[in-house]
Structures are given as C-alpha cells and as structure tokens.
Design a protein around this ligand. Sequence first.
Ligand SMILES: Cc1cc2nc3c(=O)[nH]c(=O)nc-3n(C[C@H](O)[C@H](O)[C@H](O)COP(=O)(O)OP(=O)(O)OC[C@H]3O[C@@H](n4cnc5c(N)ncnc54)[C@H](O)[C@@H]3O)c2cc1C
Length: 137
Amino acid sequence: MRSGGYFAKLISTNDGRRTNAAHNYLYQRGHCTSASSSKIRITTRRTVVRVLLNDEHASGLEVCDTSDPAQREKITARRMVLVCGGALGTPIILERSGIGDREILDSLGIPVVADLPGVGREYQDHQVYPFPSALLP
Ligand SMILES: Cc1cc2nc3c(=O)[nH]c(=O)nc-3n(C[C@H](O)[C@H](O)[C@H](O)COP(=O)(O)OP(=O)(O)OC[C@H]3O[C@@H](n4cnc5c(N)ncnc54)[C@H](O)[C@@H]3O)c2cc1C
C-alpha cells in the first residue's frame, strides 16, 4: 500500500499562499537578516539543558553546544521563559530543571523544585486509519 494523504496546511489569509511562522514573521521583519534591527536572537546547534530557577521563578536557561555538551552557557531571561521542546523534549527539560515526579527526580539525584507527577505522563498512541481511494483525473 502506498502511503499518502491530505493534511491541512497553514495558508496565509493575506495572499492565500502556504506559509509558516518563519516566512510570515521572522524573515518579513528582518529578524533573521539584520542583527541591528532584530528584537530576537536565534541560536542554533544549542541544546537546552535546563531552566534556571530562582525558587520557583524561571530566570533563564542553561544551554550546551549540541556537539560538545561540556560547553555550557547561561542565558538570562528579561521577562519570561517559554519552553516549547515538543511533546517528548519539554518534559525532559522540566525534569532536568527539578520539575516533575519526586520519585523520578530523587532517583536521578536532581533537586526537586516542584513535585509535579504529571510531567511526562499520560502519553497515548495517535491512531491513524488510512482509507486509500483513487480519483479519476
Ligand atoms: C508523524 C507526525 C505527523 C504529524 N502530522 C501533522 C499534520 O499533518 N498536521 C498537523 O497539524 N500536525 C501534525 N503533527 C503534529 C505536529 O507536528 C505537532 O503538533 C507540532 O509540531 C507541535 O509543535 P511544537 O512546536 O509544540 O513541537 P515540535 O514541532 O516537536 O518542536 C519542538 C522542537 O524542540 C526541539 N527540542 C527538543 N528538546 C530540545 C532541547 N533540549 N534543546 C533544544 N531544542 C529542543 C526539537 O528538536 C524540536 O525542533 C504530526 C506529528 C507527527 C509526529
């Protein structure tokens, strides 16, 4: 059976063309091209190790060089930290930061900042049932 299917795409309401956050926001405003006009800094080849916490307040991030994890850097947040490492990545970052199930954190020697047993739990399979059909040209 050949795989395939139709999935909704992000279409701009301005011109009806397919788009994404990078083309609709970052490139248009020069965030990726002009350092002087940029309000954000994009770094690549960095892996987030953990969120830096003062008590329970997120104050920044500790990141490492993805190809050399010993190379670490601390980034201070001015206002807030948004963690968006995806369904699998986010809980791991939180757990390394001391946010998660106390039993798991204790077993790994990670100091507990917030005992939240739900972190990284309740994953469910995403069921997909393909129904292939052919349309005449
Ligand atoms: C096979 C598959 C098919 C899908 N098809 C569709 C579809 O057709 N339509 C649809 O709408 N949705 C689809 N989805 C769902 C969609 O991909 C997700 O809902 C969406 O990508 C979630 O976006 P996100 O930004 O939260 O996380 P992600 O897109 O997962 O992005 C998280 C990013 O964080 C990075 N990251 C993780 N940990 C770290 C770390 N420690 N340091 C630095 N970076 C880190 C990851 O490398 C990744 O780039 C599909 C998902 C899968 C798996």
